[in-house]
Design a protein around this ligand. Structure first.
Ligand code: SF4
Length: 360
């Protein structure tokens, strides 16, 4: 398939009233594979997909990814964000960690994301250059999950903590494989979230109701100016609608909620947009996450996005400490209360059947 054949070039309103995607699929400029991932059937499967997209794959002689640093931070960012490395997940990732309030456990099919969100939470949780690493040992990662299942109760797993799994799905097929796997489990449930919209390859999978698909959305000034390389909010919502109509449980993650100028009007507009797109009866959840940052994420984000208008002023925020003494900056109590009351009212008014899972 040629490169031009895989992007959908139009963004027009179709006869059924939906918006056609104009978001181009991410095509890395270089793809590397380590010997360890190359020895895995799933790694080979990713290689075949990448080659089908007209991209060549460079075999490395060692299992370390090096050589992605440029002369400046800007150059390093550009090189890394244009690179897909196919590697095996390190053994440490087979020891799962809890991820409250989103799910019982998190696991990873990749690490890193091709998009360019100026507030990206990965800046605080991942270290090193922002290369996308897709895991070649996915079957091993999935087989490990049953060790965490409880016999007598449902167990939930989040797979979007270190990547946007749909943003790289055309290159990996790994999200579809996870959905198929969870479709066979008795009491294990998958959760994933995206800012992309290319869902067509997921629509007919045997999900068995065991995967909840969510889109992350935000008010116009945030989504337009701070979420480079993603699908528009309208496109994401249409993607979610398609999934819901195929019987998937679905959800909306409003994140990161920001107290920008005229935030009431902007978030009211957002909920009107959501209501218009999600015009179906059914299982719909909401997750509400306010903007926060740490000293580390601020430093990294200011290196990646030196011209960003993102508000990272510690003086305007309240400090919250975790059990290890680390600090994060969240909105002050009054702002938080105002945001919470307003947004919860929007949901109750627009989606009486919707369930708010948490506010944080
Ligand atoms: Fe980061 Fe998510 Fe944006 Fe990707 S889509 S850059 S993971 S915030």
């Amino acid at each position: 398939m040629s490169k031009s054949a895989i992007s959908t070039p139009i963004n027009s309103t179709q006869s059924n009233g939906t918006v056609a995607s104009k978001t181009k699929l991410w095509l890395p400029k270089q793809v590397l594979i380590t010997p360890a991932a190359d020895s895995q059937p799933w790694g080979q499967q990713i290689v075949a997909r990448v080659k089908d997209l007209g991209i060549s794959v460079q075999k490395l002689s060692q299992n370390r990814i090096t050589g992605l640093r440029g002369k400046t931070e800007k150059e390093t960012y550009a090189i890394a964000k244009n690179t897909l490395a196919i590697v095996n997940a390190p053994p440490s990732q087979l020891k799962l960690t809890p991820i409250p309030p989103s799910a019982d456990w998190q696991f990873h099919l990749a690490q890193g994301c091709p998009a360019h969100c100026q507030y990206c939470y990965l800046a605080g949780s991942l270290s090193g250059v922002p290369v996308v690493k897709a895991y070649g040992n996915l079957p091993q990662i999935l087989a490990n999950l049953s060790n965490y299942e409880q016999e007598d109760q449902d167990t939930t797993y989040e797979v979007s903590c270190y990547t946007d799994p749909l943003g790289i799905e055309h290159l990996t097929g790994s999200l579809a494989e996870c959905i198929r796997y969870f479709g066979t489990r008795k009491s294990a449930y998958l959760r994933w979230v995206t800012k992309f919209d290319h869902v067509d390859q997921l629509l007919d999978l045997p999900h068995n109701g065991h995967t909840r698909c969510r889109v992350s959305v935000n008010a116009d000034p945030v989504s337009h100016f701070m979420e480079g390389g993603t699908a528009t909010v309208e496109e994401r919502l249409q993607g979610l609608r398609k999934l819901a109509l195929k019987g998937y449980p679905v959800g909306v993650v409003v994140a990161p909620i920001m107290a920008i100028a005229n935030w009431q009007q902007h978030y009211e507009n957002l909920f009107a947009k959501i209501r218009q797109a999600l015009d179906f009866e059914g299982d719909l959840t909401f997750e509400l996450i306010t903007h926060r940052f740490t000293p580390k994420s601020k430093e990294v984000l200011q290196t990646w996005y030196p011209n960003s208008k993102l508000d990272l002023e510690e003086g305007d925020r309240a400090q919250k400490r975790n059990k290890f003494g680390g600090v994060k900056y969240v909105y002050a109590r009054d702002t938080m209360t105002e945001l919470k009351e307003f947004i919860q009212t929007q949901i109750i008014t627009n989606f009486p059947q919707g369930e708010i899972l948490y506010w944080t």
